[in-house]
Structure formats: C-alpha cells, structure tokens
Design a protein around this ligand. Structure first.
Ligand code: CUA
Length: 332
C-alpha cells in the first residue's frame, strides 16, 4: 500500500468504468435530493413558522402541476437507475463465448482454482489481460463470496451449485481477492491475489505448470472410479453413453427432460438416483463423499470433452446420435 488513500478501487476490468459511472449517477441523484429536501425542510420551517398562539393556518390548494412534476421526474430518474443497472447486470451475468474458463472451489478458508490446462492454485489466480475469464464456482461447505474490488466483481459461491461470473482485466497488475460473505472464524483471512499478466507472460506461466489437463485428470478419475465399466461410449453399457451429453437435453425415466449442464452432471455423480435417464435402471452407486468438489469438476470437464466426433479412419457418424459415436473413453 502506498501513502495515498484512494476513494475508489482501481479500474482494472472492462466493466469497472461502467459500474463507476452508474455509481456516480446514483450518488449525484442522492446528494441532490438530500440537499433539496433538507434545504426545503429548513426553509419552510423558518418561513412558515407559527408566529403567534392565535394564528390559524388558512387552507391551501394542491398544485396539480406540482404533483405531476414531483412524481414524474423522480420516476424517470429511478427508471434510468433501473435500466442502466439492469443492462450492466445482464452483461455481467453472461460470459462472452470466447471466455477462458477457470474452476473455483471455495472452502473454509481458502480459494482453490483450477485452470483447464491443469494448473492449480490456492488463493492466487493468474490470468491474461484483454481476455474474458469465466469463473465456474462452487463451495465445499458454506456460502462464500468471490470479491475483486478492482474488477467490480462480486459473486456468492454456494455449496451444491455452480455459480458463474466473468471479468476481463485491462491492466497488468496484482489485485486483491477477498471473501465477502462471513463464513466462520477465519473469514477475514480468506484472501488472495489475482495476477493479471500480459498474454505472453501468461503463456509462459502456463507452460511452467504441471503436465496434464483437467480433461486428462477427469479421464483418469473416470477409469479409477470404474465409471468406464458402465458408461460405454457406444451406449452398450449399463449406464448411458456420455458422448455428446453435455449441453444436450436428456430424457428422464418417468417423463420430463433436463438440460445437461454442470449442475446436472454433478448431481448425477453425487446422487445418481435423483434424475435417471430414460431407459436405464437407477443402479449407479452414489459417489457423495467419495469424490471431492475438485474431482467433480474434473469429471465434468471430461464429460464436456466427450463430443461426438469421428475417430480417425472411422466412417463419419451423425452428431445427432451420440450413442453411435465411436470416441470411447476406454481406448484413450
Ligand atoms: Cu469465505 Cu468468508
């Protein structure tokens, strides 16, 4: 920390300037009306004070124009707040398609981060600048909140579900990461740093990491946990083929469908009987307690990687029929 006492955090992400402009607007409106209202109270209290005990106020007529003006103007000002805020909110909720993804698992009292390339970090996150970074976040225990003031990013991290947020850093530097949700004794120590780097430095940093991507870690788990014994890629196993499942709409036994997103894959690993795929028996073992949240996200990345694509030298199959695809996890 330098000697200066900044009123605002640094503007180090693409959205921070916009968030600040909205904040300035909110503050300007608030200050203006605070002064106007308190000024009017003071003025009227003096101007229309009772001057003698016998004085009786005469009746006043409401000014219709005045009523309209002081209803319509505040309405317009608050609708600007609503529209402007909603527009920033929607953009903050939707990661751009070209985002790079990082998985975050929070626990009492640390942040664990995994890059798709395989790098794992604790309380530190290295990212390139000028590239949107999407965080897919969950918690092992209680609610935490991922807060980077310099990026104007704050997102609660909730056990049992995946929350996403994204940001795009604009300046290289080292930025504070906080937990912004009281999560127990050492909540205040649940802090870290985001290192925003020039893209070439980030590539260097990546190259210095361990070999083995998240997909590879997930593939290994898929074998070690014997998932591979039932989930054959050609659909011939006791469990459904997982090829092309991610992002698809899955038909459930007993009717209904579900979108195969991260949350559905996670639930199907931890509590498989919750949503059984049409045509299959609910006989998959429960993996709750056997795999960590970090294992689960590795498995999710592996499932995501199982896209129906023709194997070399194989005839082209239709992508619409995942169960006939030939890329099998067992022959990796
Ligand atoms: Cu985690 Cu507060």
């Amino acid at each position: 920390m330098g000697t200066r006492l900044p009123l605002f955090p640094e503007q180090a992400s693409t959205i921070s300037v916009e968030v600040d402009h909205l904040l300035y607007y909110l503050m300007a409106v608030s200050i203006f009306f605070t002064l106007l209202i308190f000024g009017a109270i003071l003025y009227f209290a003096i101007r229309y004070r009772r001057k003698s005990d016998t004085e009786i106020p005469h009746s006043v007529h409401t000014g219709f124009a005045l009523e309209i003006i002081w209803s319509v103007i505040p309405f317009g000002l608050t609708m600007i707040m609503f529209g402007w805020g909603a527009s920033i909110f929607f953009r903050e909720r939707r990661p751009p398609d070209n985002s790079m993804q990082v998985y975050v698992v929070a626990k009492q009292w640390m942040w664990k981060l995994q890059h798709l390339e395989g790098q794992r970090e604790i309380n530190e996150l290295h990212i390139p600048i000028n590239r949107p970074v999407e965080l897919i976040m969950t918690s092992e225990d209680v609610i935490h909140s991922f807060f980077v003031p310099d990026f104007r990013t704050k997102q609660d991290v909730v056990p049992g579900r995946y929350e996403t947020t994204w940001f795009e850093a604009t300046k290289p530097g080292k930025y504070h990461l906080f937990c912004a949700e009281y999560c127990g004794t050492k909540h205040s120590g649940m802090i870290g740093w985001i290192y925003a780097m020039e893209p070439q430095n980030y590539q260097q940093w990546l190259a210095g990491g361990p070999s083995g991507t998240m997909v590879e870690a997930g593939a290994k788990l898929f074998e070690d946990l014997a998932c591979v014994n039932c989930h054959h890629a050609d659909g011939s196993g006791r469990g459904p083929s997982l090829v092309g499942v991610f992002g698809s709409t899955v038909k459930l036994s007993g009717g209904g469908t579900v979108k195969a997103d991260e949350a559905y894959i996670r639930e199907s690993i931890l509590n498989p009987a919750a949503k059984v795929v049409e045509g299959y028996m609910p006989d998959m073992p429960v993996f709750q307690g056997l795999v960590t949240e970090e294992n689960v996200v590795q498995l999710i990345e592996y499932v995501k990687s199982l896209t129906p694509r023709p194997a070399p030298n194989a005839p082209t199959r239709t992508a619409a029929l995942p169960s006939t695809a030939v890329s099998t996890p067992s022959n990796r």
